[in-house]
Design a protein around this ligand. Sequence first.
Ligand code: CU
Length: 497
Amino acid sequence: MTSLIILFCVFLIIVVLVQIGKVYEMTSSIKGEAATLKDNSKWNGRLFLAFMVIFLGGVFWSAYHFKNVMMGYGPLVAASEHGHILDGLFNTTLIITGIVFVLTHIALFWYANKYRWKEGREVKFIPHDNKLEMWWTGIPAFTMTILVVFGLNAWNKVMADVKPDEDYMEIEAFAQQFNWTIRFPGTDGKIGTRDYKLTTGSNQLGMDFTDPKSWDDVIPGQEIYLPVGKKIRVRIIAKDVLHNFDLPHFRVKMDAVPGLPTFFVFTPSKTTAEFRQELRKYPEYNEPFDKTEPNGPKRWEKFDFELACAELCGKGHYSMRRIFKIVSQEEFDAWYATQESFYLSQIRGKEDDPNKDKVLDIEISQRAEEFSTSFKSAVESTVATERTLTFNHIGFETGSATLSANSKYELDNMVTALNAYPSVNVTISGHTDNTGDAAANQALSASRAASVVKYLTDRGISAGRLNARGYGDTKPLAPNDTEENKAKNRRTEFSIN
Ligand SMILES: [Cu+2]
C-alpha cells in the first residue's frame, strides 16, 4: 500500500513539473528569448555562489560537529606509541588536500558566476599553453611528493619489524569464519610451529604438538589481556578467506591472508582504565550505557578496546569482535598465571596426543615439585593414613614386575626425597585388583614392590631403610566392580615408617 502511495506521489510530482515547464515556456515566449536567457544566466550565477557558501559552510560545520567521533580527535586519541605518527600523517594530508579542496571549489563556483553568459561576451579558445601546463602539473606533483615522502617515512616507522635483541612479546592472531583465535607463547616466550595439515576438530590451529615450543602455548577465552608499554608483535594468519586484524584505537590494521602470514608491531601506551578516565571528560560518554537503565553504568565505564575483522569476510563477519584489556605488567602477569596451556589441558593424554608415550620436560619438573611437597607433608604428618602415599606415575609391564621406562622419573624423585630426609625409612607395598588367582596376585604385588626397592637401592639408598611388601588384592581402595575402580586398586604405595 505504502509503495502504491509513493508511486502515486512521484507521478503527481512529475505532472506538476511538466505543468511548470509549460507555464515557463509560455512566459518566455511572451518576454522574448534574449531577455529570458539573460535572466536565467543571472540567476544561475547567483545560485552557484549561494551553493558555494552553503556547501563549504556545511563542510566545515560537519567536520566540527563530528570531530569527537573521528579517530585522532576529541576522545579518540591513539592508544599506541605509533598511533600519533599515523594521526599526524592523516592530518597533514587532510590539511593539504583541504586547502586545495576549498580553493578549487571557490574557483569553480566563482568563475561559473563571473563568466556567465552575457550579450556580446566572446569565448576565448586556448588550444595549448605551456606555462599553464607547467603550473598545473608542477603544483600537484610537488604536493604529492611531499605527501609521499611523509607517507614513506611514516610507513617505515610504523611497519618496522622487531629487532632480534629487542624486548617484545609475540602473539598469534588466527582468523577464520567467524572468529579470532589468539595464541600466547607460554612461559618459554615462543609460539610453537603449526602446519595446516595437522588441523583437526580439537586442534583448529593445526598446532604441531611434537614441537616442545607448543606445549605451553595458551589460547585465552573471550578477553585478551596485554601489558601496557610492552612491544607486541602480532603474527596474523587466516585459515579460509581474507580477514583483517583491526584494533582501531591502537591504529593497528593488517590483512589476514590465507597462505601468507603477515604481522604488525605495536606498543599499547594507555591502559583501559586510563582511556576510560579520558573518555569521562566528554559529555557523550557520561550518558547511560544502556538507555533503558538511566541510572546504570555510564558509557565511559563500559568502554573497552575492541578487535574487529575489518574485511567483509562473510555473513557472520560482525561476530569476529573480541575485547582487548590493556593492563599493568603486574595485572597481566596475574591474568597470565591463570591461563592453562592448551596442549596440557585439551590434548595431553587424549586420542590425538602425539607424545602419549613420552614424559615431557615440563611434566618432569611439575611432578618433581608435587612429589617433594607431598613427601614432605607425609613425613610431617602424625596421622597414620596421611603417611601413606601412592606413586602416581609408575607402571609395570602387563603381568610382570618389570618397571616401565617412564617410571624412572617418579622413582628418581623418591631417591631425591629419601636423600633429603636421611632418617626416614619407608615401606613399599604392591597392590592388585581381584582379577585372576589370589596367590598369583599376591606374588606379583610382592615382586613389584621388590623391583621398586631394587631401583632405589641401585641408586644408592641403603637397603636397611626400605621394606617391600606384597598385599595382592587384600587391601582394595574401592570395590572391584568397575574398570575404573580396579585401576585405582592396582597401585604401588609407600608409607613413612
Ligand atoms: Cu573476518
